[in-house]
Ligand binder design. Structure first.
Ligand code: CTP
Length: 402
């Protein structure tokens, strides 16, 4: 999955011949899962049509502060546009537009939005080779760098003038690759390795039957996705579930029983920075597993159970640098029980679910949790979607390392 997925992008198009390439650029952003709003300078509409860019971006194109032909038309709010975006990209950025960006010369909607935006701004210059090297252009580059704007350097090649040299706008594929690489390098969990357990475990009774539970695994899968989206390398050790991570950078290790989950966790634990145990591990398993299918010969049938290993507690015993996060599902004396689990399992943080809260627990798309850290600082959370709870949990990790 591209780091651009779900990102809100403002593409500013200015009046250079390379503007025709922005049709491909919009397509590539959309293909990567981004939302795009296009702002065109009045001069750029001679090079590419607003209809092309609105069709490809699936959004109206903004050109003027308001539509002069339509009296009922609304003012285009550049402040709202600037605040909406996760980042802006101005491509092509002509020498004229760069000079306006440097001086705050706000005579069009694009520059007004640029000046209002608080998000990162990329720009891809495009001009003839001598213009590209002119001291005035070079000083624009310097000033824009000083403002924190990020230049996507022009490429070498044939120019519209017929000359050949540096000044061609970077190809749309290269612009996308540049932005993806830049965004990835700034993800807050880059370089961190995270282990997540998810789902139920199945404890065999005989070759066809097992003891299991109602866990869907959704909470753990959402945590794995959220951590990977923030740049972590994620190993997800999953019990039987039909789910798949949305982020294909997540490595999934599929297991069935508590014993297999224990072995897999211990295989990876030494190399990870964080472990999050979101699995609903069976606490007991049949002491003897029948080699053949059990026949219904008797009126009643008893299965003797033995304790499984507590995976989380075993990780707590050997942890060194790792941040260890567990879950607790309680029905009474919730806070007290959760605090005991923090100590018993040597955790840094526990995510408490109370079955007394409607909206929390197995098989629901929502969860209501309370965070309790090892110093017993208690933070009750609102009822949220499991995706949002996953992001909150991962943000706890981000602030730990901040
Ligand atoms: N857990 C685990 N291995 C087990 C049982 C639980 O790793 N064999 C983990 C779960 O993934 C969860 C945490 O321990 O993060 C708490 O599980 P829970 O079942 O609520 O608590 P238990 O310690 O099993 O205690 P009890 O069932 O008595 O409440």
């Amino acid at each position: 999955m591209s780091v651009l997925s779900g990102k809100k992008v403002i593409l500013g198009v200015t009046g250079g011949i390379a503007a025709y390439k922005t049709a491909s650029l919009v397509r590539l952003f959309i293909k990567a899962g981004a939302q795009v709003q296009v702002i065109m300078t009045p001069a750029s509409v001679d090079f590419v049509t607003p209809l092309t860019l609105s069709t490809l971006s699936k959004n109206p194109v903004h050109i003027n502060f308001f539509n002069e032909e339509d009296e009922s038309a609304q003012w285009n709010n550049h402040v709202d546009l600037g605040l909406w975006a996760d980042f802006m990209i101005i491509a092509p950025a002509t020498a004229n537009t760069m000079s306006k960006m440097v001086n705050g010369n706000c005579d069009n909607l694009l520059i007004a939005t640029y000046l209002s935006a608080k998000c990162p701004v990329y720009y891809a210059p495009a001009m003839d080779l001598d213009m590209y090297k002119h001291p005035s252009t070079l000083s624009s580059f310097e000033a824009l760098k000083h403002f924190g704007n990020i230049m996507i350097p022009a490429e070498n090649g044939e120019l519209a003038s017929g000359l050949s040299g540096e000044g061609r706008m970077a190809e749309p594929e290269n612009i996308i690759a540049f932005i993806e690489k830049d965004l990835e390098s700034k993800l807050p969990l880059r370089g961190k390795k995270i282990l997540v357990t998810a789902g139920p475990t199945y404890e065999a009774i005989d070759p066809v039957r097992f003891i299991g539970n109602h866990s869907t695994g959704k909470m753990g899968y959402d945590i794995a996705d959220a951590a990977a989206n923030m740049g972590a390398e994620v190993v997800l050790i999953s019990g039987p579930t039909h789910l798949k991570p949305k982020n294909d950078a997540v490595t999934v290790v599929r297991i069935s029983s508590a014993e297999e989950m224990y072995t897999a966790c211990h295989e990876y634990f030494d190399s990870v920075d964080v472990a999050i145990a979101a699995a609903a591990v069976a606490d007991y398993r049949p002491k003897n597993v029948a080699a053949q299918k059990i026949k219904k010969n008797d009126a009643s049938f008893t299965i003797e159970l033995e304790k499984t290993k507590d995976i989380l507690a075993s990780l707590g015993q050997i942890k060194k640098k790792q941040l260890l996060i567990g879950f607790a599902l309680e029905t009474e004396n919730e806070i007290e029980h959760a605090k005991q689990k923090i100590q018993k399992k040597n955790l840094d943080l526990i995510v408490l679910n109370s079955l007394n809260d409607s909206g929390a627990g197995f098989g629901k798309p929502t969860n209501k949790v309370t965070f309790i850290d090892k110093n017993f600082v208690i933070e009750p959370q609102e009822l949220k979607s499991k995706e949002e709870v996953a992001v909150d949990i991962v943000n706890k990790i981000v602030s730990h390392y901040a």
